[in-house]
Design a protein around this ligand. Structure first.
Ligand code: ZN
Length: 589
Protein backbone atom coordinates (compact mmCIF):
# COMPACT_ATOMS: atom_id res chain seq x y z
CA UNK A 1 0.00 0.00 0.00
CA UNK A 2 1.26 3.44 -0.91
CA UNK A 3 0.46 6.38 1.33
CA UNK A 4 1.04 9.77 -0.30
CA UNK A 5 3.65 12.02 1.26
CA UNK A 6 1.10 14.73 2.11
CA UNK A 7 -0.83 12.18 4.14
CA UNK A 8 2.26 11.20 6.06
CA UNK A 9 2.92 14.88 6.72
CA UNK A 10 -0.65 15.35 7.88
CA UNK A 11 -0.35 12.42 10.26
CA UNK A 12 2.97 13.69 11.61
CA UNK A 13 1.65 17.22 12.03
CA UNK A 14 -1.55 16.19 13.74
CA UNK A 15 -0.38 13.43 16.02
CA UNK A 16 1.35 13.98 19.32
CA UNK A 17 4.22 11.65 20.10
CA UNK A 18 3.90 12.11 23.87
CA UNK A 19 0.26 11.15 23.66
CA UNK A 20 0.96 8.06 21.62
CA UNK A 21 4.00 6.82 23.48
CA UNK A 22 2.39 7.31 26.88
CA UNK A 23 -0.16 4.70 25.89
CA UNK A 24 2.61 2.15 26.20
CA UNK A 25 5.35 3.74 28.32
CA UNK A 26 5.02 5.63 31.59
CA UNK A 27 6.53 9.03 30.92
CA UNK A 28 7.60 11.64 33.43
CA UNK A 29 8.52 15.17 32.51
CA UNK A 30 12.04 16.20 33.34
CA UNK A 31 13.33 19.48 31.91
CA UNK A 32 12.46 19.76 28.27
CA UNK A 33 11.99 16.04 27.73
CA UNK A 34 9.83 13.24 29.01
CA UNK A 35 11.61 10.19 30.36
CA UNK A 36 10.53 6.59 30.85
CA UNK A 37 11.78 3.01 30.92
CA UNK A 38 12.82 1.97 27.43
CA UNK A 39 10.48 -0.61 25.89
CA UNK A 40 13.25 -1.78 23.58
CA UNK A 41 15.92 -2.79 26.06
CA UNK A 42 16.03 -3.87 29.68
CA UNK A 43 16.72 -1.13 32.16
CA UNK A 44 15.95 0.02 35.67
CA UNK A 45 16.59 3.73 35.33
CA UNK A 46 14.84 5.64 32.56
CA UNK A 47 17.01 6.55 29.59
CA UNK A 48 14.22 6.58 27.07
CA UNK A 49 13.36 10.19 26.21
CA UNK A 50 10.59 11.83 24.27
CA UNK A 51 10.67 15.41 23.10
CA UNK A 52 7.31 17.02 22.48
CA UNK A 53 8.48 20.05 20.53
CA UNK A 54 10.67 17.99 18.23
CA UNK A 55 8.16 15.13 18.14
CA UNK A 56 10.85 12.50 18.42
CA UNK A 57 12.02 9.81 20.83
CA UNK A 58 15.53 8.67 21.60
CA UNK A 59 16.94 6.12 24.00
CA UNK A 60 20.26 7.12 25.53
CA UNK A 61 20.76 3.47 26.49
CA UNK A 62 20.21 1.47 23.32
CA UNK A 63 20.04 4.32 20.76
CA UNK A 64 16.59 3.37 19.56
CA UNK A 65 15.02 6.50 18.16
CA UNK A 66 12.76 8.04 15.59
CA UNK A 67 9.42 9.71 15.17
CA UNK A 68 5.95 8.63 16.17
CA UNK A 69 5.67 6.24 13.23
CA UNK A 70 8.98 4.54 13.87
CA UNK A 71 7.93 4.07 17.48
CA UNK A 72 4.65 2.40 16.52
CA UNK A 73 6.41 0.20 13.98
CA UNK A 74 9.06 -0.92 16.41
CA UNK A 75 6.75 -1.33 19.39
CA UNK A 76 4.04 -3.30 17.63
CA UNK A 77 6.32 -4.98 15.11
CA UNK A 78 4.28 -3.70 12.17
CA UNK A 79 5.08 -2.15 8.80
CA UNK A 80 5.23 1.54 7.97
CA UNK A 81 1.81 1.72 6.26
CA UNK A 82 0.23 -0.21 9.12
CA UNK A 83 1.74 2.21 11.62
CA UNK A 84 0.59 5.20 9.59
CA UNK A 85 -2.93 3.80 9.46
CA UNK A 86 -2.97 3.10 13.16
CA UNK A 87 -2.00 6.67 14.05
CA UNK A 88 -4.29 8.10 11.38
CA UNK A 89 -7.23 6.22 12.84
CA UNK A 90 -6.56 7.64 16.28
CA UNK A 91 -6.67 11.19 14.93
CA UNK A 92 -9.54 10.61 12.53
CA UNK A 93 -7.41 11.13 9.46
CA UNK A 94 -8.73 9.14 6.54
CA UNK A 95 -6.35 7.28 4.31
CA UNK A 96 -7.60 5.91 1.01
CA UNK A 97 -7.11 2.17 1.13
CA UNK A 98 -7.74 1.55 -2.53
CA UNK A 99 -4.24 0.44 -3.13
CA UNK A 100 -4.09 -2.05 -0.27
CA UNK A 101 -2.95 -5.38 -1.64
CA UNK A 102 -5.54 -8.14 -1.82
CA UNK A 103 -3.89 -10.48 0.66
CA UNK A 104 -3.61 -7.72 3.25
CA UNK A 105 -7.21 -6.74 2.69
CA UNK A 106 -8.26 -10.36 3.20
CA UNK A 107 -6.29 -10.47 6.43
CA UNK A 108 -7.90 -7.28 7.78
CA UNK A 109 -11.29 -8.51 6.72
CA UNK A 110 -10.73 -11.85 8.45
CA UNK A 111 -9.69 -10.14 11.67
CA UNK A 112 -12.80 -7.99 11.63
CA UNK A 113 -14.98 -11.06 11.06
CA UNK A 114 -13.34 -12.96 13.89
CA UNK A 115 -13.85 -10.08 16.33
CA UNK A 116 -17.44 -9.62 15.23
CA UNK A 117 -18.26 -13.30 15.64
CA UNK A 118 -16.59 -13.50 19.05
CA UNK A 119 -18.68 -10.54 20.17
CA UNK A 120 -21.88 -12.16 18.97
CA UNK A 121 -21.05 -15.43 20.70
CA UNK A 122 -20.12 -13.61 23.90
CA UNK A 123 -23.73 -12.43 23.92
CA UNK A 124 -24.97 -15.98 23.42
CA UNK A 125 -22.93 -17.27 26.39
CA UNK A 126 -23.98 -14.31 28.50
CA UNK A 127 -27.63 -15.11 27.81
CA UNK A 128 -26.86 -18.76 28.57
CA UNK A 129 -26.18 -17.80 32.15
CA UNK A 130 -29.61 -16.17 32.42
CA UNK A 131 -31.36 -19.11 30.76
CA UNK A 132 -34.03 -20.00 33.27
CA UNK A 133 -33.72 -23.77 33.15
CA UNK A 134 -30.27 -24.50 31.92
CA UNK A 135 -28.25 -21.60 33.24
CA UNK A 136 -29.29 -21.91 36.82
CA UNK A 137 -26.54 -24.25 37.98
CA UNK A 138 -23.92 -22.00 36.41
CA UNK A 139 -25.33 -18.97 38.17
CA UNK A 140 -25.36 -20.87 41.43
CA UNK A 141 -21.79 -21.98 40.88
CA UNK A 142 -20.58 -18.40 40.34
CA UNK A 143 -22.49 -17.22 43.39
CA UNK A 144 -21.00 -19.96 45.48
CA UNK A 145 -17.52 -18.90 44.31
CA UNK A 146 -18.31 -15.40 45.50
CA UNK A 147 -18.57 -13.74 42.10
CA UNK A 148 -20.95 -10.78 42.25
CA UNK A 149 -23.55 -9.67 39.72
CA UNK A 150 -21.48 -6.59 38.96
CA UNK A 151 -18.40 -8.66 38.18
CA UNK A 152 -20.41 -10.98 35.94
CA UNK A 153 -21.77 -7.92 34.17
CA UNK A 154 -18.46 -6.12 33.82
CA UNK A 155 -16.46 -9.09 32.54
CA UNK A 156 -19.41 -10.49 30.58
CA UNK A 157 -19.10 -13.94 32.14
CA UNK A 158 -21.32 -16.51 30.55
CA UNK A 159 -22.32 -20.13 30.29
CA UNK A 160 -22.13 -22.54 27.38
CA UNK A 161 -25.27 -24.64 27.71
CA UNK A 162 -24.79 -28.40 27.68
CA UNK A 163 -25.75 -28.83 24.01
CA UNK A 164 -23.78 -29.95 20.99
CA UNK A 165 -25.22 -27.33 18.70
CA UNK A 166 -26.08 -24.08 20.49
CA UNK A 167 -23.47 -22.16 18.53
CA UNK A 168 -23.99 -24.15 15.34
CA UNK A 169 -27.65 -23.09 15.42
CA UNK A 170 -26.80 -19.44 16.04
CA UNK A 171 -24.51 -19.48 13.03
CA UNK A 172 -27.25 -20.88 10.88
CA UNK A 173 -29.86 -18.38 12.09
CA UNK A 174 -27.56 -15.43 11.61
CA UNK A 175 -26.08 -16.75 8.37
CA UNK A 176 -22.53 -16.61 9.67
CA UNK A 177 -19.89 -18.64 7.86
CA UNK A 178 -18.97 -21.91 9.58
CA UNK A 179 -15.47 -21.49 8.33
CA UNK A 180 -15.00 -18.32 10.40
CA UNK A 181 -16.41 -20.05 13.47
CA UNK A 182 -13.99 -22.95 12.97
CA UNK A 183 -11.13 -20.48 12.72
CA UNK A 184 -12.33 -18.84 15.92
CA UNK A 185 -12.24 -22.24 17.57
CA UNK A 186 -15.91 -22.01 18.54
CA UNK A 187 -17.04 -25.07 16.61
CA UNK A 188 -15.27 -28.18 15.35
CA UNK A 189 -15.96 -30.36 12.35
CA UNK A 190 -17.23 -33.85 13.08
CA UNK A 191 -14.83 -36.69 12.38
CA UNK A 192 -17.18 -38.07 9.75
CA UNK A 193 -17.09 -34.67 8.07
CA UNK A 194 -20.88 -34.56 8.10
CA UNK A 195 -21.38 -31.49 10.22
CA UNK A 196 -20.11 -29.41 13.11
CA UNK A 197 -20.42 -29.32 16.90
CA UNK A 198 -19.77 -26.76 19.65
CA UNK A 199 -16.35 -26.76 21.24
CA UNK A 200 -17.43 -25.28 24.59
CA UNK A 201 -20.19 -27.18 26.36
CA UNK A 202 -21.37 -27.04 29.93
CA UNK A 203 -18.69 -24.58 30.94
CA UNK A 204 -18.51 -21.20 32.63
CA UNK A 205 -17.32 -18.89 29.87
CA UNK A 206 -14.80 -16.08 30.26
CA UNK A 207 -14.47 -13.75 27.27
CA UNK A 208 -10.85 -12.72 26.83
CA UNK A 209 -10.59 -9.08 25.81
CA UNK A 210 -7.66 -7.46 24.14
CA UNK A 211 -6.39 -4.07 25.23
CA UNK A 212 -8.89 -2.34 22.93
CA UNK A 213 -11.81 -4.19 24.57
CA UNK A 214 -12.39 -6.42 21.57
CA UNK A 215 -13.19 -10.07 22.28
CA UNK A 216 -10.12 -12.02 21.18
CA UNK A 217 -11.10 -15.45 22.51
CA UNK A 218 -12.71 -17.42 25.32
CA UNK A 219 -11.80 -19.54 28.27
CA UNK A 220 -14.18 -22.15 29.56
CA UNK A 221 -14.14 -23.83 32.96
CA UNK A 222 -16.05 -26.91 34.09
CA UNK A 223 -18.08 -26.74 37.29
CA UNK A 224 -17.17 -30.19 38.56
CA UNK A 225 -14.10 -32.40 38.38
CA UNK A 226 -14.42 -33.15 34.67
CA UNK A 227 -11.32 -32.82 32.56
CA UNK A 228 -9.95 -30.68 31.12
CA UNK A 229 -10.70 -28.22 33.87
CA UNK A 230 -9.95 -25.27 31.59
CA UNK A 231 -10.27 -25.01 27.86
CA UNK A 232 -9.20 -21.94 25.91
CA UNK A 233 -9.76 -20.73 22.37
CA UNK A 234 -6.92 -21.68 20.06
CA UNK A 235 -4.45 -19.09 18.83
CA UNK A 236 -6.10 -17.11 16.00
CA UNK A 237 -5.18 -14.01 13.99
CA UNK A 238 -6.88 -11.97 16.75
CA UNK A 239 -5.83 -14.06 19.74
CA UNK A 240 -2.10 -13.95 20.22
CA UNK A 241 -1.52 -15.76 23.49
CA UNK A 242 1.96 -14.43 23.94
CA UNK A 243 0.65 -10.86 24.02
CA UNK A 244 -2.76 -10.95 25.67
CA UNK A 245 -3.19 -10.85 29.43
CA UNK A 246 -6.58 -11.50 30.98
CA UNK A 247 -8.10 -8.42 32.57
CA UNK A 248 -5.55 -5.88 31.38
CA UNK A 249 -8.23 -3.93 29.50
CA UNK A 250 -9.92 -3.22 32.84
CA UNK A 251 -6.85 -3.12 35.06
CA UNK A 252 -4.59 -0.85 33.04
CA UNK A 253 -5.66 2.46 34.54
CA UNK A 254 -5.28 1.05 38.07
CA UNK A 255 -1.84 -0.37 37.26
CA UNK A 256 -0.83 3.14 36.21
CA UNK A 257 -2.26 4.69 39.35
CA UNK A 258 -0.54 2.26 41.68
CA UNK A 259 2.65 1.87 39.66
CA UNK A 260 2.33 -1.81 40.46
CA UNK A 261 0.67 -4.84 38.92
CA UNK A 262 -0.22 -8.18 40.48
CA UNK A 263 0.12 -11.14 38.16
CA UNK A 264 -2.00 -14.14 39.05
CA UNK A 265 -2.63 -17.34 37.15
CA UNK A 266 -6.34 -17.99 36.81
CA UNK A 267 -9.62 -16.33 35.92
CA UNK A 268 -11.04 -16.68 39.41
CA UNK A 269 -7.86 -15.39 41.01
CA UNK A 270 -8.14 -12.31 38.86
CA UNK A 271 -11.87 -11.78 39.38
CA UNK A 272 -11.63 -12.29 43.11
CA UNK A 273 -8.82 -9.76 43.55
CA UNK A 274 -10.50 -7.28 41.24
CA UNK A 275 -13.82 -7.60 42.97
CA UNK A 276 -12.21 -7.06 46.35
CA UNK A 277 -10.77 -3.77 45.17
CA UNK A 278 -7.31 -4.95 44.13
CA UNK A 279 -7.90 -3.84 40.58
CA UNK A 280 -4.29 -3.55 39.48
CA UNK A 281 -4.22 -7.24 38.61
CA UNK A 282 -3.88 -9.33 35.46
CA UNK A 283 -3.97 -13.09 34.88
CA UNK A 284 -1.55 -15.07 32.78
CA UNK A 285 -4.10 -17.87 32.26
CA UNK A 286 -1.63 -20.62 33.00
CA UNK A 287 0.28 -20.04 29.79
CA UNK A 288 3.88 -19.24 30.42
CA UNK A 289 4.56 -15.52 30.60
CA UNK A 290 6.49 -14.24 27.62
CA UNK A 291 8.92 -11.32 27.22
CA UNK A 292 6.14 -9.58 25.28
CA UNK A 293 3.78 -9.88 28.24
CA UNK A 294 6.37 -8.34 30.52
CA UNK A 295 7.18 -5.54 28.08
CA UNK A 296 3.51 -4.72 27.69
CA UNK A 297 3.06 -4.61 31.46
CA UNK A 298 6.13 -2.38 31.79
CA UNK A 299 4.08 0.21 29.95
CA UNK A 300 1.62 0.32 32.82
CA UNK A 301 3.61 -0.26 35.98
CA UNK A 302 7.25 -0.28 36.98
CA UNK A 303 6.75 -2.82 39.75
CA UNK A 304 5.32 -6.30 39.39
CA UNK A 305 4.28 -8.84 41.97
CA UNK A 306 3.93 -12.45 40.90
CA UNK A 307 1.38 -14.22 43.05
CA UNK A 308 1.68 -18.00 43.39
CA UNK A 309 0.27 -20.88 45.38
CA UNK A 310 2.63 -22.42 47.89
CA UNK A 311 2.44 -25.91 46.38
CA UNK A 312 5.22 -27.41 44.30
CA UNK A 313 3.46 -26.52 41.06
CA UNK A 314 3.24 -22.90 42.18
CA UNK A 315 6.93 -22.77 43.13
CA UNK A 316 7.92 -24.30 39.80
CA UNK A 317 5.75 -21.88 37.88
CA UNK A 318 7.37 -19.02 39.78
CA UNK A 319 10.85 -20.31 38.97
CA UNK A 320 9.99 -20.58 35.29
CA UNK A 321 8.58 -17.07 35.00
CA UNK A 322 11.35 -15.41 36.93
CA UNK A 323 13.92 -15.64 34.15
CA UNK A 324 11.93 -13.37 31.89
CA UNK A 325 11.47 -10.75 34.56
CA UNK A 326 15.16 -10.79 35.34
CA UNK A 327 16.09 -10.45 31.71
CA UNK A 328 13.73 -7.53 31.35
CA UNK A 329 15.20 -5.89 34.42
CA UNK A 330 11.85 -5.29 36.07
CA UNK A 331 11.47 -4.66 39.79
CA UNK A 332 9.70 -7.92 40.58
CA UNK A 333 8.50 -9.42 43.83
CA UNK A 334 7.36 -12.97 44.41
CA UNK A 335 4.41 -13.50 46.68
CA UNK A 336 3.97 -17.12 47.71
CA UNK A 337 0.70 -17.50 49.56
CA UNK A 338 0.49 -19.41 52.85
CA UNK A 339 0.05 -23.13 52.42
CA UNK A 340 -3.28 -24.34 51.13
CA UNK A 341 -4.27 -21.01 49.55
CA UNK A 342 -4.66 -19.68 46.08
CA UNK A 343 -5.26 -15.96 45.52
CA UNK A 344 -9.00 -16.50 45.23
CA UNK A 345 -9.43 -18.57 48.39
CA UNK A 346 -7.08 -16.30 50.31
CA UNK A 347 -9.04 -13.23 49.34
CA UNK A 348 -12.35 -14.82 50.25
CA UNK A 349 -11.03 -16.00 53.63
CA UNK A 350 -8.87 -13.05 54.70
CA UNK A 351 -9.87 -10.02 52.64
CA UNK A 352 -7.91 -7.32 50.85
CA UNK A 353 -6.13 -5.79 53.88
CA UNK A 354 -4.48 -9.07 54.77
CA UNK A 355 -3.54 -9.55 51.14
CA UNK A 356 -1.97 -6.11 50.94
CA UNK A 357 0.00 -6.72 54.11
CA UNK A 358 1.27 -9.99 52.71
CA UNK A 359 2.14 -8.37 49.40
CA UNK A 360 4.13 -5.58 50.97
CA UNK A 361 6.43 -8.23 52.43
CA UNK A 362 6.82 -10.14 49.19
CA UNK A 363 10.33 -11.39 48.51
CA UNK A 364 12.63 -10.09 45.81
CA UNK A 365 13.46 -12.60 43.09
CA UNK A 366 16.85 -13.31 44.60
CA UNK A 367 15.46 -13.73 48.11
CA UNK A 368 12.87 -16.09 46.74
CA UNK A 369 15.27 -18.19 44.71
CA UNK A 370 17.72 -18.29 47.56
CA UNK A 371 15.01 -19.45 49.94
CA UNK A 372 13.91 -22.20 47.54
CA UNK A 373 17.50 -23.31 47.14
CA UNK A 374 18.23 -23.24 50.87
CA UNK A 375 15.07 -25.24 51.50
CA UNK A 376 16.27 -27.97 49.22
CA UNK A 377 20.04 -28.00 49.91
CA UNK A 378 20.48 -26.76 53.47
CA UNK A 379 23.33 -24.54 54.63
CA UNK A 380 26.14 -27.05 55.10
CA UNK A 381 29.37 -26.41 53.16
CA UNK A 382 28.19 -28.72 50.37
CA UNK A 383 24.74 -27.24 50.52
CA UNK A 384 26.11 -23.76 50.04
CA UNK A 385 28.17 -24.86 47.03
CA UNK A 386 25.02 -26.34 45.49
CA UNK A 387 23.10 -23.17 46.22
CA UNK A 388 25.79 -21.15 44.48
CA UNK A 389 25.50 -23.50 41.50
CA UNK A 390 21.74 -22.93 41.39
CA UNK A 391 22.05 -19.19 41.69
CA UNK A 392 24.83 -18.54 39.22
CA UNK A 393 22.53 -19.48 36.38
CA UNK A 394 19.92 -16.98 37.45
CA UNK A 395 22.48 -14.29 38.09
CA UNK A 396 24.10 -14.65 34.69
CA UNK A 397 20.77 -13.74 33.10
CA UNK A 398 20.59 -10.26 34.57
CA UNK A 399 21.48 -7.67 31.96
CA UNK A 400 21.65 -4.64 34.19
CA UNK A 401 25.19 -4.56 35.56
CA UNK A 402 24.40 -2.50 38.67
CA UNK A 403 21.56 -4.79 39.61
CA UNK A 404 23.68 -7.87 38.99
CA UNK A 405 26.47 -6.75 41.21
CA UNK A 406 24.00 -5.88 43.96
CA UNK A 407 22.57 -9.39 43.80
CA UNK A 408 26.01 -10.95 43.74
CA UNK A 409 26.85 -9.00 46.85
CA UNK A 410 23.62 -10.03 48.53
CA UNK A 411 24.18 -13.68 47.71
CA UNK A 412 27.79 -13.61 48.90
CA UNK A 413 26.66 -12.17 52.22
CA UNK A 414 23.85 -14.67 52.63
CA UNK A 415 26.07 -17.65 51.94
CA UNK A 416 29.05 -16.18 53.71
CA UNK A 417 31.21 -16.72 50.62
CA UNK A 418 33.72 -14.26 49.19
CA UNK A 419 32.07 -11.89 46.69
CA UNK A 420 34.86 -12.41 44.15
CA UNK A 421 34.28 -16.15 44.19
CA UNK A 422 30.60 -15.63 43.44
CA UNK A 423 31.43 -13.24 40.60
CA UNK A 424 33.88 -15.79 39.17
CA UNK A 425 31.17 -18.47 39.15
CA UNK A 426 28.69 -16.17 37.44
CA UNK A 427 31.30 -15.22 34.85
CA UNK A 428 32.02 -18.90 34.08
CA UNK A 429 28.34 -19.55 33.71
CA UNK A 430 27.91 -16.64 31.37
CA UNK A 431 30.84 -17.67 29.18
CA UNK A 432 29.45 -21.18 28.88
CA UNK A 433 26.34 -19.87 27.16
CA UNK A 434 27.55 -16.80 25.37
CA UNK A 435 30.31 -17.15 22.87
CA UNK A 436 29.84 -13.63 21.64
CA UNK A 437 31.47 -10.63 23.21
CA UNK A 438 30.98 -10.40 26.91
CA UNK A 439 29.95 -6.81 27.07
CA UNK A 440 29.58 -6.52 30.82
CA UNK A 441 32.76 -8.33 31.69
CA UNK A 442 35.27 -7.03 29.17
CA UNK A 443 34.10 -3.52 28.83
CA UNK A 444 35.83 -1.91 25.90
CA UNK A 445 35.64 1.80 25.48
CA UNK A 446 34.42 3.31 22.26
CA UNK A 447 37.24 4.55 20.18
CA UNK A 448 37.55 8.29 20.32
CA UNK A 449 35.76 9.95 17.46
CA UNK A 450 37.87 12.02 15.11
CA UNK A 451 37.53 15.76 15.44
CA UNK A 452 36.02 16.03 11.96
CA UNK A 453 33.13 13.73 12.86
CA UNK A 454 32.29 15.81 15.86
CA UNK A 455 32.02 18.99 13.82
CA UNK A 456 29.92 17.30 11.20
CA UNK A 457 27.63 15.91 13.87
CA UNK A 458 27.34 19.38 15.29
CA UNK A 459 26.32 20.66 11.88
CA UNK A 460 23.65 17.97 11.44
CA UNK A 461 22.29 18.53 14.92
CA UNK A 462 22.03 22.23 14.14
CA UNK A 463 20.29 21.69 10.84
CA UNK A 464 17.68 19.56 12.60
CA UNK A 465 17.10 21.91 15.48
CA UNK A 466 17.35 25.22 13.65
CA UNK A 467 15.97 24.75 10.14
CA UNK A 468 16.41 28.50 9.57
CA UNK A 469 20.09 27.85 8.78
CA UNK A 470 19.30 25.43 5.95
CA UNK A 471 19.66 28.12 3.29
CA UNK A 472 23.18 28.87 4.47
CA UNK A 473 24.01 25.18 4.36
CA UNK A 474 22.76 24.95 0.81
CA UNK A 475 24.62 28.05 -0.36
CA UNK A 476 27.93 27.10 1.22
CA UNK A 477 27.78 23.53 -0.15
CA UNK A 478 29.40 22.52 3.10
CA UNK A 479 27.99 19.00 2.86
CA UNK A 480 30.41 18.34 -0.01
CA UNK A 481 33.26 18.83 2.45
CA UNK A 482 32.01 16.24 4.93
CA UNK A 483 34.35 13.35 5.64
CA UNK A 484 31.55 11.09 6.85
CA UNK A 485 29.55 9.71 3.97
CA UNK A 486 26.74 8.75 6.30
CA UNK A 487 26.39 12.27 7.67
CA UNK A 488 26.62 13.74 4.20
CA UNK A 489 23.77 11.50 3.11
CA UNK A 490 21.67 12.49 6.11
CA UNK A 491 22.48 16.15 5.53
CA UNK A 492 21.25 15.91 1.96
CA UNK A 493 17.99 14.39 3.12
CA UNK A 494 17.56 17.21 5.59
CA UNK A 495 18.00 19.94 3.00
CA UNK A 496 15.47 18.23 0.76
CA UNK A 497 12.67 19.03 3.24
CA UNK A 498 11.07 22.46 3.26
CA UNK A 499 12.48 24.16 6.38
CA UNK A 500 9.23 26.06 6.93
CA UNK A 501 7.36 22.81 7.37
CA UNK A 502 5.74 22.12 10.72
CA UNK A 503 7.17 19.17 12.64
CA UNK A 504 10.34 19.51 10.59
CA UNK A 505 12.44 16.77 12.20
CA UNK A 506 9.81 14.12 12.03
CA UNK A 507 9.16 15.01 8.40
CA UNK A 508 12.86 14.51 7.69
CA UNK A 509 12.64 11.09 9.29
CA UNK A 510 9.70 10.16 7.15
CA UNK A 511 12.03 10.40 4.14
CA UNK A 512 14.54 7.99 5.56
CA UNK A 513 13.84 4.32 5.17
CA UNK A 514 16.93 3.08 6.94
CA UNK A 515 16.21 2.44 10.59
CA UNK A 516 19.79 3.02 11.68
CA UNK A 517 19.85 6.47 10.05
CA UNK A 518 16.54 7.34 11.69
CA UNK A 519 18.01 6.49 15.05
CA UNK A 520 21.04 8.65 14.31
CA UNK A 521 18.80 11.55 13.42
CA UNK A 522 16.85 11.17 16.64
CA UNK A 523 20.03 11.16 18.65
CA UNK A 524 21.41 14.27 16.89
CA UNK A 525 18.12 16.05 17.26
CA UNK A 526 17.95 15.21 20.95
CA UNK A 527 21.55 15.99 21.77
CA UNK A 528 22.05 19.62 20.89
CA UNK A 529 25.76 19.71 20.19
CA UNK A 530 25.84 23.49 20.00
CA UNK A 531 24.94 26.62 21.93
CA UNK A 532 21.78 28.32 20.85
CA UNK A 533 22.80 31.93 21.33
CA UNK A 534 23.22 33.09 17.80
CA UNK A 535 22.42 30.24 15.49
CA UNK A 536 23.38 31.98 12.29
CA UNK A 537 26.74 33.02 13.63
CA UNK A 538 27.43 29.60 15.10
CA UNK A 539 26.36 27.93 11.88
CA UNK A 540 28.64 30.12 9.80
CA UNK A 541 31.60 29.43 12.01
CA UNK A 542 31.06 25.64 11.87
CA UNK A 543 30.60 25.78 8.11
CA UNK A 544 33.81 27.73 7.69
CA UNK A 545 35.70 25.43 9.95
CA UNK A 546 34.59 22.28 8.15
CA UNK A 547 35.54 23.71 4.77
CA UNK A 548 38.81 25.22 5.98
CA UNK A 549 40.03 22.07 7.70
CA UNK A 550 39.24 19.89 4.76
CA UNK A 551 40.95 22.25 2.33
CA UNK A 552 43.96 22.65 4.56
CA UNK A 553 44.36 18.87 4.95
CA UNK A 554 44.32 18.48 1.21
CA UNK A 555 46.76 21.37 0.72
CA UNK A 556 49.16 19.88 3.22
CA UNK A 557 48.96 16.62 1.39
CA UNK A 558 49.64 18.28 -1.95
CA UNK A 559 52.60 20.21 -0.60
CA UNK A 560 54.01 17.08 0.98
CA UNK A 561 53.76 15.34 -2.35
CA UNK A 562 55.61 18.20 -4.02
CA UNK A 563 58.43 18.17 -1.49
CA UNK A 564 58.65 14.39 -1.64
CA UNK A 565 59.01 14.67 -5.37
CA UNK A 566 61.77 17.20 -4.93
CA UNK A 567 63.61 15.03 -2.45
CA UNK A 568 63.08 11.98 -4.66
CA UNK A 569 61.49 10.08 -1.76
CA UNK A 570 59.65 7.74 -4.10
CA UNK A 571 58.23 5.52 -1.40
CA UNK A 572 56.69 8.38 0.51
CA UNK A 573 55.46 9.87 -2.75
CA UNK A 574 53.65 6.69 -3.68
CA UNK A 575 51.98 6.58 -0.31
CA UNK A 576 50.88 10.18 -0.45
CA UNK A 577 49.51 9.88 -3.95
CA UNK A 578 47.57 6.88 -2.89
CA UNK A 579 46.07 8.88 -0.03
CA UNK A 580 45.19 11.74 -2.32
CA UNK A 581 43.46 9.38 -4.74
CA UNK A 582 41.49 7.90 -1.90
CA UNK A 583 40.33 11.29 -0.78
CA UNK A 584 39.31 12.27 -4.27
CA UNK A 585 37.42 9.07 -4.66
CA UNK A 586 35.57 9.77 -1.45
CA UNK A 587 34.65 13.21 -2.64
CA UNK A 588 33.40 12.02 -5.98
CA UNK A 589 31.15 9.39 -4.54
ZN1 ZN B 1 16.57 1.63 24.97
Amino acid sequence: MYIPEEKISEILNTSDIVDIISESVILKKSGRNFFGLCPFHSEKTPSFSVNASKQIFHCFGCSAGGNVLSFIMKYHGITFPEAAKMVARKYNITIETKEINPSKRRELHLKESLFRLNKTIMGVYFDGLKNLNKGEKAEKYLKQRGISEDTIEQFRLGFSIDNWDTIVKVLKEQKISKNIAVQCGLILERKQKNGYYDRFRNRIMFPIFDINMQVAGFGGRVMDDAMPKYMNSPETPVYNKSRILYGLHAAKQFCRQEGLVYIVEGYFDFLSLYQHGIKNTVASLGTALTPDHVRILKGYAAKMVLVFDSDAAGINAAKRSIKIFMKEGVDTRILVLPEGNDPDSYMVKHGPEAFNALASNAKTIMQFLLQVSIDSHGLSVEGRIRILDDMKQQLSLIQDSALRSLYIKELAENLNIDEKAVLEKVREQYLKHNTKKLSWIDEKKDEEKPESDRREEQMISMMLNCPEIIDEIKNSEVLEYFYSEKLKHIGKKIISVDPCKKAFITNVMARIANNEDQELIASYAMNSFFSEQDVHQTARSIINRIIRVRKRKENTLTSKIISAEKGCDSELMELLKQKQAEIQQLQNR
